[in-house]
Design a protein around this ligand. Structure first.
Ligand SMILES: [Ca+2]
Length: 349
């Protein structure tokens, strides 16, 4: 936006009428990002991608939701937000029961993380523990109700506990609408890293991790979500690997430390990062969209999996590879290497 007056002065208004508007001229995409930030490290990369896009004026971050059960994940997310100069970004933490392949016998099972506690202890942040953050579903209601109709993109790169709880939420002081009606009114689309398309299952019969982890929530959220949904399925992010070049960023970068502790700063599949990139920039020339259909979730003995049913009656689509994955990876890598906004003074504790 800031370049427009300069272009106008240099080129005159006639040129503006004949040239495509720069991407930055579009209003920033309003994003709520729901991460698990626990058993894998790509959530940290997804947060970095989103902050970089916000710094460029392409995204407005409304809040971060945590879908894993781990008291250090919220503080870790807060540390990353703080590094990027957004220490007061709202964070919501899941409160729902989780029933899936890892926790069918113990719904209170913690989601382990190789890096969340160490990063939270090392970097500045003020959230003491995840459960000190508000209920993610109730925070979502508050954030959504304050926004214009059909304006918010929700991105999930973890489990679907929070979205299930949002759909099931009752009217409150934020809105007289129940969860489904509020989502239908305020959400433009849901972008979900999850599922396998179009097959629905790996050759061994298993479903995709994010869908399986809290299978009961996935069935409710995916089958009943009342707005358009775009899925970045397993294969899209599996073909793109980023992370090793974070070694070029300062040691005061908590995202670098997440990758360091997870895999020694090696490249890692970019599943979660692709969902953020699509949510903000759309398919661009990176991907194309599938035909419309219904991503039907099955709950087979808590090992949930999806089935793709093409139909013009539903508003589900999935990403299809277009640009070579390594080129998309370069776009993502450039974003996660970008420094925080100027004026932010990073430091280690
Ligand atoms: Ca994730």
């Amino acid at each position: 936006m800031k370049t427009l007056p300069l272009i106008l002065a240099l080129c005159g208004p006639c040129l503006l009428l004949t040239q495509p508007m720069p991407a930055s001229a579009a209003p920033p995409v309003k994003i709520i990002l729901d991460v698990d930030l626990a058993e894998d490290v790509d959530d940290a990369g997804a947060l970095a991608t989103l902050h970089a896009l916000a710094n460029r004026g392409e995204a407005e971050i409304l809040g971060i939701l945590i879908s894993s059960k781990n008291e250090w994940v919220g503080p870790c997310a807060d540390a990353i937000n703080t590094w990027y100069g957004r220490p007061d970004l709202p964070i919501g933490y899941q409160r729902g029961h989780q029933y899936g392949y890892r926790n069918a016998k113990d719904s209170d099972r913690e989601t382990p993380s190789q890096y969340a506690e160490a990063v939270a202890r090392k970097f500045p942040r003020d959230l003491e523990r995840s459960s000190a953050a508000p209920d993610a579903a109730l925070l979502s209601r508050k954030l959504l109700s304050a926004q214009p109709d059909q304006s918010v993109t929700i991105v999930t790169v973890g489990f679907l506990t929070n979205l299930r709880d949002l759909l099931d939420s009752r009217p409150d002081e934020c809105s007289p609408l129940d969860g489904e009606a509020l989502v239908k009114q305020k959400v433009k689309q849901w972008v979900c890293m999850g599922g396998i398309f179009p097959s629905g299952r790996f050759p061994d019969g298993q479903g995709e991790y994010n869908f399986m982890y809290d299978t009961v929530a996935s069935v409710r959220a995916v089958n009943d979500w009342p707005t358009p949904v775009v899925f970045s399925g397993f294969a899209i992010g599996a073909a793109i690997k980023v992370g090793a070049r974070l070694v070029e960023t300062p040691e005061a970068n908590p995202v670098r430390m997440c990758y360091q502790l997870y895999n020694g700063l090696k490249d890692r599949e970019a599943w979660d990062l692709t969902a953020v990139l699509y949510a903000v920039r759309g398919a661009s020339n990176y991907w194309t969209l599938s035909e419309p259909g219904f991503c039907l979730m099955h709950a087979r003995v808590f090992h949930g999996y999806n089935e793709w049913i093409p139909t013009p009656q539903k508003q589900h689509r999935y990403l299809v590879e277009a640009m070579p994955p390594e080129q998309v990876g370069k776009v993502i890598e450039d974003l996660i290497l970008e420094p925080p906004r100027s004026g932010v003074a990073p430091r280690l504790l």
